[in-house]
Design a protein around this ligand. Structure first.
Ligand code: ZN
Length: 503
């Protein structure tokens, strides 16, 4: 058993990005918030925030590495990724920790590699050797690969979508990693993979996924030795071998039932696959609700096809065109990613009337929309997320401009795609959400949590690269239901871990 003689030294960091390869614009350094040293501690509403909270309570020495996070977008620029990877290892080598605990998304990909986190963890393990514990807390939309499991001691996901429990996930990842370090836990992980995605019904509190989580909680409570069950609903726009739903069962030492538990839960996905569908409103129906049911205003419309929270560019003008062309009595606020139009608005200046062709420049298949309006707000786009998801964190829209069209539609032009699931995106730019009938967000799940009590949610079926429909996207490596004909005869399990950290 390993009992560190001094206060354990634990290095912490984050690399958080969900990368949608269908977004043609790579995610470059300017799209990320990067903190180094003590600034890494300013992340209360995240998995990293939970890691730090637990470690402070545990009275260990915390060594901040680097935190890199940004809204989902295109593939991470590979040179940028390599620079971050190099810096992370240099900081680890300089601080010589007993353990490393990281907040990773799990569905990041670079312009050259499909499994960024798997690459990062293999690289870290090679550099630190076998005797430094590595723990990670992942998003449940991770594309969980064998490399992530092979190169970590603790690998768990948050359990809820929308992700209301990321802080708890971080705390648990830290708790378990410290147990490994003390020799109190010898984690064995069994994984079971099902070759399917969830075309819809991705919320964990209800529907088939709610039932699977209920069953997982029951099995965890009723089977001695189970430490964690994590259930991964793979990011639907990743393209890699072995895409699928993954269940991991972590036990303390070998527990023979673990494999059966993992298989049972994996089969529950397959057996219920036809039930994973979303209930979305067609565009006209959503607008008709806003028009005819004023008591529930303001509404918050989720632009499902252009979800920045799924890595889409956020430049769709489809809902903007609808309100301008067909609903002249409605007042609205929405964001459009368009750095060029921001520049034009800046050049024209506050109070100027401008005519701009906004949006539609990045998303394949979408087009721009001409607007004429008054520039009523200009800023550098810096704001703080209101939360609860990532609440308190600094974020940026890049240079931003608000153009008020027809005295009723606030078009918030941003240079970078923003975390528009959060009301602070609008309020930070001088837009009062009580003054509009609806606001458009580029999010499908998380907005419901951050807009709770502020606006009535409506999920709207819109075009774009942020919403999976069978047959519309190209997949080169992945094979999964419902995109491909899969004849599932058996579900195999794999085992990882079982080693102890002793020096
Ligand atoms: Zn997620």
């Amino acid at each position: 058993m390993n009992v560190p003689s001094q206060r354990p030294r634990i290095a912490v960091g984050r690399l958080y990005h969900e990368s949608n390869r269908l977004n043609p614009q790579p995610a470059t350094a300017d799209q990320f918030e990067i903190q180094r040293g003590e600034a890494v501690f300013e992340c209360a509403g995240s998995t990293l925030g939970g890691i730090i909270r637990y470690l402070r309570q545990a009275n260990v020495e915390i060594l901040p590495l680097i935190s890199v996070s940004g809204p989902p977008s295109g593939l991470v620029d590979h040179e940028f990724y390599q620079a971050i990877r190099k810096e992370l290892v240099e900081r680890i080598e300089a601080s010589r920790p007993d353990a490393i605990i990281l907040d990773l998304h799990g569905a990041a990909a670079s312009t050259e590699i499909a499994d960024l986190e798997g690459d990062l963890l293999a690289y870290l393990r090679r550099h630190v050797g076998p005797f430094v514990a590595i723990g990670i807390g992942l998003d449940l939309h991770a594309h969980l690969t064998d490399s992530m499991l092979e190169n970590t001691d603790i690998c768990i996901a948050c359990k809820e979508n929308p992700h209301s429990d990321v802080v708890e996930c971080g705390m648990r990842a830290a708790e378990l990693t410290l147990q490994v370090l003390r020799g109190d836990l010898r984690p064995v992980v069994i994984s079971a993979r099902v070759p399917m995605i969830l075309p819809g019904a991705g919320e964990t509190a209800s529907g088939p996924l709610g039932e699977i989580h209920d069953r997982a909680r029951e099995l965890a409570a009723g089977t001695s030795g189970i430490v964690d069950i994590s259930i991964y609903n793979v990011f639907r726009y990743a393209d890699d071998y072995n895409i699928g739903q993954v269940v991991t069962v972590m036990t303390d030492g070998i527990v023979s039932l673990a494999s059966q538990v993992a298989k049972d839960l994996a089969w529950a996905f397959w057996d219920n696959r036809e039930r994973f569908v979303d209930d979305l409103f067609e565009i006209q129906d959503a607008f008709e609700i806003v028009r005819s049911q004023p008591a529930n205003r303001p509404y918050v419309m989720a632009d499902m096809g252009d979800r920045i929270l799924a890595g889409a560019p956020g430049d769709s003008t489809v809902l903007l065109a609808e309100v301008l062309d067909h609903f002249a009595e409605l007042r609205a606020a929405l964001t459009i990613t368009d750095a060029v139009s921001v520049k034009h608005a800046q050049d024209a200046g506050l109070g100027a009337t401008v005519t701009l062709d906004v949006g539609g420049q990045i998303s394949p298949g979408l087009s721009s929309r001409r607007i004429t309006g008054k520039v009523i707000h200009l800023s550098d786009g810096a704001y703080t997320l209101a939360g609860p998801f990532h609440g308190g964190e600094a974020s940026s829209l890049g240079a931003a401009a608000v153009v008020l069209v027809e005295e009723r539609v606030f078009v918030l032009l941003t240079s970078k795609p923003g975390f528009s699931h959060d009301p602070a995106v609008f309020t930070s730019q001088g837009i009062d959400l009580k003054s509009v009938d609806f606001v458009v967000v580029k999010s499908g799940y998380h907005f419901a949590m951050n807009f709770k009590g502020i606006a009535t949610p409506l999920l709207v079926s819109t075009p774009g690269v942020g919403y999976y429909r069978k047959g519309i996207f190209r997949y080169d490596k992945s094979r999964f239901w419902p995109e491909h004909d899969i004849d599932l005869k058996a579900i195999e399990t794999k085992a990882f871990g079982g080693r102890s950290i002793s020096r």
